[in-house]
Design a binder for this molecule. Sequence first.
Ligand SMILES: *[C@@H]1O[C@H](CO)[C@@H](O)[C@H](O)[C@H]1NC(C)=O
Ligand SMILES: *[C@@H]1O[C@H](CO)[C@@H](O)[C@H](O)[C@H]1NC(C)=O
Ligand SMILES: *[C@@H]1O[C@H](CO)[C@@H](O)[C@H](O)[C@H]1NC(C)=O
Length: 387
Amino acid sequence: MESKSLCYVFATLIFSYFVLKHILKFLSSGKVKLSLPPGSMGWPYIGETFQLYSQNPNTFFASKIKRYGSIFKTRILGCNCVMISSPEAAKLVLVTKSNLFKPTFPASKERMLGKQALFFHQGDYHAKLRKLVLRAFMPEAIKKIVPEIESVALSTLESWDGRSITTYQEMKTYTFNVAMLSILGEDEVLYREDLKRCYHILEKGYNSMPINLPGTLFHKSMKARKELAQILAKIISLRRQKKRDHSDLLGTFMNDTEGLTEEQIADNIIGVIFAARDTTASVLTWILKYLGENASVLQAVTEEQEGIMKFKEELGEEKVLNWSDTKKMPITTRVIQETLRVASILSFTFREAVEDVEFDVLVTHYAIAFRKMTRGNIPHKEVDVIK
Ligand SMILES: *[C@@H]1O[C@H](CO)[C@@H](O)[C@H](O)[C@H]1NC(C)=O
Ligand SMILES: *[C@@H]1O[C@H](CO)[C@@H](O)[C@H](O)[C@H]1NC(C)=O
Ligand SMILES: *[C@@H]1O[C@H](CO)[C@@H](O)[C@H](O)[C@H]1NC(C)=O
């Protein structure tokens, strides 16, 4: 049962609505509207943030769903939201009516990662950054660092010798080290420990209330965030002095032809490391779990990997993995693809309704209205209503 609850896929999305606007709009239109879904809002502003993040988020969702059904309202990190967890509702938001929702994050997360990070934007700026990020992770860019990635993997394995580990934590460390390679290249060695320390602090405060007072997790995180930006500024200025081109992500961002400001570069580097680390570490953890549960697949993967090394040995070559070796791993590749297909990588994500959306979920008989957040793109006519 344990594994079943682990595997439980929560395609849960968080939405915000604006109660005042709802009431005003209701009064002014005179039209009967579907009401908001059931649920509790918790404390003013703080809402139910602690209930969600002080335990496994799945526990929070499970108890809410039991009480209110698959669609309920709550307040998280200062945002009024509607949470959905049924496949029908998720499909509506992500596929059939996706044009009515835009990606968003609570303001606290935006402040922590940096307002200029690509996931907080849409349109041309988003498209341009997305292209740059993808370029830095294309085979052309990754090819050259395969041996370095292998050596990170080997030293990670060595560090596990003779002790029991928490897989997800170890995978986060490993992913961080690999991310550093493809994002900052050789420059990272000097700053790795400082970067790691700052990230660790930032991460601890990532789900905290945005209360910037001395002593709060949020305050500590914001300080670490500042230090991260300073480290990056140092790396950037050293690179400018040396005038050498780099093919890593920082080099791509720094390319003059892209015209990015230093703040935009820093926000996006910090954001990409943050986004890449947790999701990748999560995939790796699932892979290990699935392999651990299926002896025959584990054996096939092991044989495939050992076969590659044996082949090199027979050719009298150095036992160092290179790009063309990674092309000879059909079984390993299938395990990765299958894991990406079945595992739930994120427990939930955020969307903001650009206008009110109503729908009846026939399966559950719930009528819900998605509402927009209290900040961001509120269309003009509605701003008037709020005033
Ligand atoms: C910088 O941009 C130009 C034009 O897009 C490109 O030809 C060049 O390879 C880029 N340099 C780096 C280091 O990415
Ligand atoms: C292991 O995986 C294979 C291939 O997907 C499958 O046929 C087999 O039933 C699995 N075995 C176990 C014990 O889950
Ligand atoms: C990669 O390794 C294979 C097998 O050991 C070898 O034949 C090939 O020459 C290597 N490629 C590069 C670019 O070093």
